[in-house]
Design a protein around this ligand. Structure first.
Ligand SMILES: *Cc1c(COP(=O)(O)O)cnc(C)c1O
Length: 412
């Protein structure tokens, strides 16, 4: 069966809950043990003092460790990603920071792509650096040799513990070559004789249009607030990967306490039922919108993965690792900030708001909003100009979105 067919019932048996066709919300903090020996055994496994035996399942203990809604959600997330296991979090940032703290100690080196989501950027540069983690970043146009040279020159390559990338990068849709990232990881782990964890923030295209695990990436992480939930009513996060690596992430999650709550997990499980329908429709709409934008005289440039206007190297990466350009369209309008603000203030159907991946279309101005913290010279070098608009395409009727864009563009 295809993944989408599993989303309605995988990991849940109606016999557990009075025949209820959908999982109820297990709004409980704790679970009753059948006897003391059972409680002892559950804790041995939960606190990693003992491994699960074959066919043994971790029993329900306390909702910070496990809860049926979280477990059903995690099983479905793993199906979607094609991974052995998944861990669900209370936010995307909780997922990302827990992953970083699980594998990075003071003195270790983190290699990270640039740009990344603002929260990730701030956590890495203002917190990890402060506790003594070394950080080296690279840009989308750095190739394998550039990165190896950079690591060598730093004198820190033998401290490398994690490679973290975000592709496509927010907001300009630039792609990082995942195969190259895996090559860097293989070369370095051989050279230094130690394990290196590779991580990809897959929020923009996953799990439908890009599968980093197929390219040897160890973990994918998500803001599940975005496409996975898709209804702008939940903040949540997820991490997918092998059982072994995910168990290390879950171990730390238990103590940092960033697990997803039962009601949020239930909402997200419900959203996953329509994930393929929503994302595929959003993608179809996006193609029509990109085609329209190309015809309008007030558009200066368009950034959309796989589009003929992206440079050749970017398109090569697109062809090897993406199945579709997705539903995030960036474009620059004439008139810099004044033009961009006139456009945004003239929208009727499309909401002026940050966030993305939801069923309603959203537009925002990265230069003064999501990326206002990024230094001027960095903004210029990565294409975040005053005329740039980031549009998240929803599931409204395509012509209605296009008509709204057209009347707002005409007013510039
Ligand atoms: C939104 C977002 C995040 C942060 O997720 P939250 O759910 O807001 O904590 C991380 N990465 C990307 C690419 C995002 O778009």
């Amino acid at each position: 069966m295809k993944k989408e067919s599993h989303m309605m019932s995988y990991g849940y048996n109606p016999d557990w809950s009075e025949g209820s066709v959908k999982p109820p919300i297990f709004q409980t903090s704790t679970f009753v043990f059948k006897n003391a020996a059972e409680g002892k055994r559950f804790f041995e496994v939960a606190y990693a003092k003992s491994k699960l035996k074959k066919n043994e399942q971790l029993g329900l203990i306390y909702s910070r460790l496990n809860n049926p809604n979280m477990q059903i959600l995690e099983e479905r997330l793993a199906v979607l990603e094609g991974s052995e296991d998944a861990a669900a979090f209370v936010s995307g940032m909780s997922a990302i920071s827990t992953v970083m703290l699980a594998f990075l100690k003071p003195g270790d080196l983190l290699l990270i792509s640039n740009p990344t989501y603002g929260g990730t950027h701030t956590f890495v540069n203002n917190y990890l650096k402060e506790i003594g983690v070394h950080v080296i970043s690279f840009d989308f146009d750095h190739n394998y040799d550039d990165i190896l040279n950079k690591l060598k020159q730093s004198g820190l390559e033998n401290k490398l513990k994690m490679i973290y990338v975000e592709t496509p990068a927010n907001p300009t849709n630039t792609l990082i070559d995942l195969k190259m990232v895996n090559d860097v990881k293989k070369t370095l782990s051989k050279k230094i004789g130690g394990e290196i964890i590779s991580v990809c923030d897959n929020t923009y295209l996953g799990p439908i249009w890009q599968n980093p695990l197929e390219f040897g990436i160890d973990l994918t992480c998500y803001s599940a607030t975005k496409f996975l939930n898709g209804h702008s009513d939940v903040i949540a996060g997820a991490v997918m990967g092998s059982k072994d690596v995910i168990s290390q992430v879950k171990y730390l999650r238990t103590f940092l306490g960033g697990m997803i709550a039962p009601y949020t997990a239930w909402l997200l499980t419900r959203s996953l039922e329509t994930l393929h329908v929503r994302m595929n429709y959003q993608a179809e709409n996006s193609i029509k919108i990109v085609d329209f934008l190309k015809t309008h005289k007030n558009i200066l440039s368009i950034y959309y993965p796989g589009d003929e206007n992206m440079d050749q190297r970017q398109n090569e990466i697109y062809r090897t690792q993406c199945n579709h350009g997705g539903a995030m369209v960036a474009f620059t309008v004439k008139g810099n900030e004044k033009g961009a603000f006139k456009f945004l203030d003239s929208l009727n159907l499309i909401k002026l708001a940050v966030s993305l991946g939801s069923n309603e279309s959203l537009a925002q101005h990265p230069y003064s909003m999501t990326h206002s913290d990024v230094p001027e010279d960095v903004k210029n070098s990565i294409g975040i100009t005053e005329g740039l608009i980031r549009l998240s395409v929803g599931i409204e009727y395509a012509d209605d979105i296009i008509n709204d864009l057209k009347q707002a563009l005409d007013k510039i």
